[in-house]
Design a protein around this ligand. Structure first.
Ligand SMILES: Nc1ncnc2c1ncn2[C@@H]1O[C@H](COP(=O)(O)OP(=O)(O)OP(=O)(O)O)[C@@H](O)[C@H]1O
Ligand SMILES: [Mg+2]
Length: 401
């Protein structure tokens, strides 16, 4: 069964944490987002289309009643459950007429909360089954994009996570983000997703894992992408072998249209097994001599592994010619063209990472966001061409029989 997706809207962090903790024991329920006020709640619900929102009544900027009204009109498939304290009868009435499906009074037990969620979810499911035709099973052609660099701290994780979210928004297809920086991976922190399961949990049951079950080990970000977080402790990394990585990526291929892989900056066997299976490798560099030297050796290794040139795209992060190195000289040294330029914008990048809101969503107007969105456009359009070529090839084959 698909897990029930829940968003919590409450201005008090401690309350959100408590609710999250109560729900963390329930394997059929997953908290995919949090909001501090009604405005954020409406925004996150629009992005993530959860099954349930647990909505506090009194919140700053926009209160829970106003937010409920907007959600029930604009996103009617999401059910709002009001969370109130004793004595808010008048407010509750208003909330119910604004479209809330139920309410729960604080303090409540885990059982109360889970039962209320389950009840509302099952009513909603029945309603939806009544109005929609069963989905056809679709065959998935997927594309694996690895974000790699031979140097640390050049922006791999920033680019990988924003790229995954941007591809999901652009294509409305299924996107997975795998954190293969097995020792120091920070995708989960950057996207503020829960660590209810990581790649280590998946490895423990690797023999049972296939395309139909792999999503059970992933966590949902409010943008809709599914994340496979790195182990919680660096020492767990050593239990993950190249064969595991191969199995994981192949299982994801049956389930996701796009698989974005964030990597560590070492050419070890596990990273190599991901690079081997990749359709595209985005090789991230910055414009300083030590990094350029490192990237050059990295590209030499990839060449010796017979990776084709068009499998590798060079991405220049924090791009600027003002520190003395020209783009042309960089290209001449690497013997590769720069495929994408990402400007430096610490204010946008760092505040977005601290909040867990990818800047391609919250700061879409910035140049840095636009550069990532342009990358996702090119990467996904290219896919269409490839598919056409494949289809054509099949067509020709048919005729030559
Ligand atoms: N375009 C940019 N403008 C400003 N700051 C940036 C930009 N890209 C990345 N950064 C910042 O640079 C730092 C390193 O970024 P990030 O963690 O994404 O790199 P990484 O290559 O994944 O690092 P590691 O090798 O440690 O995994 C972060 O503080 C990030 O906020
Ligand atoms: Mg990183």
């Amino acid at each position: 069964m698909e897990r029930i997706k829940v968003v919590i809207a409450d201005d008090i962090k401690e309350t959100r944490e408590n609710i999250k903790k109560l729900l963390s024991f329930e394997k059929n329920i997953e908290v995919i987002g949090e909001a501090e006020n009604g405005e954020e709640a409406v925004f996150i619900v629009k992005e993530s289309r959860p099954d349930i929102v647990l909505m506090d009544i009194n919140m700053p900027i926009k209160d829970g009643i106003k937010a409920t009204e907007e959600i029930s009109i604009q996103i009617p498939d999401t059910a709002v459950i009001m969370v109130s304290v004793q004595g808010e009868q008048e407010y509750l009435k208003k909330a119910m007429s604004a479209g809330a499906r139920d309410f729960i009074v604080k303090p409540f037990s885990e059982e109360d909360l889970v039962q209320t969620i389950m009840k509302i979810y099952s009513i909603e499911q029945k309603r939806k089954e009544g109005i929609s035709a069963p989905k056809k099973k679709e065959e998935i052609i997927s594309k694996v994009i690895s974000v790699f660099s031979t140097k640390g701290g050049v922006g791999k994780t920033t680019i990988a996570s924003n790229l995954a979210v941007s591809i999901a928004r652009l294509t409305r297809k299924k996107v997975a983000l795998v954190d293969l920086d097995l020792q120091f991976g920070d995708v989960a922190i950057m996207l503020n997703v829960s660590l209810r399961s990581t790649i280590s949990d998946l490895i423990k049951e690797i023999n049972q894992v296939d395309s139909s079950s792999i999503e059970d080990y992933m966590v949902t970000h409010f943008s809709g992408i599914k994340v496979l977080p790195a182990p919680v402790k660096p020492e767990y990394a050593e239990y993950i072998t190249p064969a595991h990585v191969t199995k994981i990526i192949n299982s994801l291929r049956g389930r996701f249209h796009y698989i974005v892989v964030d990597t560590s900056n070492i050419f070890n066997e596990t990273v190599l097994s991901a690079l081997d299976l990749s359709d595209k490798i985005l090789c991230i560099s910055t414009l300083d001599l030590p990094t350029i030297k490192n990237i050059k050796s990295g590209l030499d290794i990839m060449e010796s592994l017979h990776y084709s040139n068009n499998k590798i795209n060079i991405v220049l992060n924090k791009a600027s010619e003002q520190f003395g190195i020209k783009y042309k000289d960089f290209e001449d040294t690497l013997k590769y063209p720069i495929w994408s330029y990402i400007p430096e914008d610490s204010q946008t990048v760092i505040s977005s990472a601290n909040k867990g809101f990818p800047f391609v969503i919250t700061r879409a107007e910035t140049k840095v966001a636009k550069s990532i969105m342009a990358m996702s456009k090119e990467l996904t359009e290219e896919k269409k061409e490839e598919v056409q070529v494949k289809e054509k090839a099949g067509f020709l084959k048919l005729f030559s029989l």
